[in-house]
Design a protein around this ligand. Structure first.
Ligand code: F6P
Length: 320
């Protein structure tokens, strides 16, 4: 029987993490389970930075971006000795299960701890939407809203000046944020790890849009880690009718009040995490598939390829 659960947020923060912390805390307390908040991800576990959670500890955080508990990346957590020390700390605090809110790196840690005897449940908290076993991650919808708001603004100015705006968005190695932004903003081009990148093709297409189609402006949405967007913008100015300008949206995408969709998702997923732990299940991660909250073993989610986005890329192509 689970008596005390710990909750932590790990990796890059994402809007909606607070809503997930609140949900886990309130649902657990309402079932007579004590809750301990662990600060700064796995680092807090290692350094025993704990706080007892009450109903009030999670008041007025539902609408706040960031994470009340703090987050961090702890590469050393891969080491056996570090994990063993964390298990000792958990045992000393009487914590018998854990909810880990984060991305795939955080899931690996949760799996390791489960294999060493502490049941852990993973909740997908990342703006990248790069986790298999769920259609959407907590924070993706809010980040998408931020991208769309900003690209809409860029469109205003780029159309006034006959420019091509090259907008770099986050996503780590996943193109979802770029793809959804491109469809939602009516961009002229989208470049992601899934589309691949060929500089000559990009310039050729922009030349065509500027001279043959006589487009007044163009928006190119590109995932991070693909090319130097400032350099690309210079080449656009030199080789096409457009004057190129680059914008890197950066960490602004990680902040802001979560959308209702993210608040709902986080609240539903938090509930599922506590239910699973009460059933004695560990080593699973929660997902949403076709609007149903589900769970799969973390090992499966880490190995399984993500669902194909072919249809959405096709849609983008058909809308241009
Ligand atoms: O995983 C979230 C994310 O924002 C990625 O999109 C990005 O590549 C990375 O984190 C940035 O990490 P950091 O905040 O450590 O610079």
């Amino acid at each position: 029987m689970v008596r005390k659960i710990g909750v932590l947020t790990s990796g890059g923060d994402a809007p909606g993490m607070n809503a997930a912390i609140r949900s886990v805390t309130r649902i657990a307390l309402n079932n007579g389970i004590e809750v301990v908040g662990i600060h700064d991800g796995y680092r807090g576990l290692l350094e025993e930075s704990f706080e007892p959670m009450t109903r009030q500890s999670v008041s007025e955080i539902l609408n706040r971006g960031g994470t009340k508990l703090g987050s961090a990346r702890l590469p050393e957590f891969r080491e056996d000795e570090v994990q063993d020390q964390c298990i000792k700390n958990l045992n000393r605090a009487g914590i018998d299960a854990l909810v880990v809110i984060g991305g795939d790196g955080s899931y690996r840690g949760a799996l390791a701890l489960t294999r060493k005897g502490i049941n852990c449940i993973g909740l997908p908290g990342t703006i990248d939407n790069d986790i298999a076993g769920t259609d959407f991650t907590i924070g993706f919808d809010t980040a998408l809203r931020t991208c769309v708001e900003n690209v809409d603004k860029l469109r205003d100015t780029s159309s006034s000046h006959h420019r091509c705006s090259i907008v770099e968005v986050m996503g780590n190695h996943c193109g979802d944020l770029a793809l959804y932004t491109a469809v939602s903003c009516g961009a002229e081009m989208v470049i992601t790890p899934e589309t691949g990148y060929d500089e000559l093709e990009v310039l050729e297409r922009l030349r065509y849009l500027g001279s043959a189609v006589k487009k007044n402006h163009a928006i190119v949405i590109i995932s991070e880690k693909i090319c130097d967007v400032e350099e690309l913008a210079k080449k656009v100015s030199l080789n096409t009718n457009f004057s190129g300008r680059a914008t890197v949206l950066g960490h602004i995408q990680r902040g802001g009040s979560p959308t209702p969709t993210d608040r709902m998702l986080a609240s539903r997923m938090g509930e599922k995490a506590v239910d699973l732990l009460m059933e004695g299940i560990g080593g699973h991660c929660v997902g949403i598939i076709d609007n149903h909250i589900t769970s799969v073993p973390i090992s499966e989610a880490l190995e399984r390829p993500r669902a194909s986005r072919k249809q959405l890329y096709r849609l983008f192509d058909r809308l241009v």
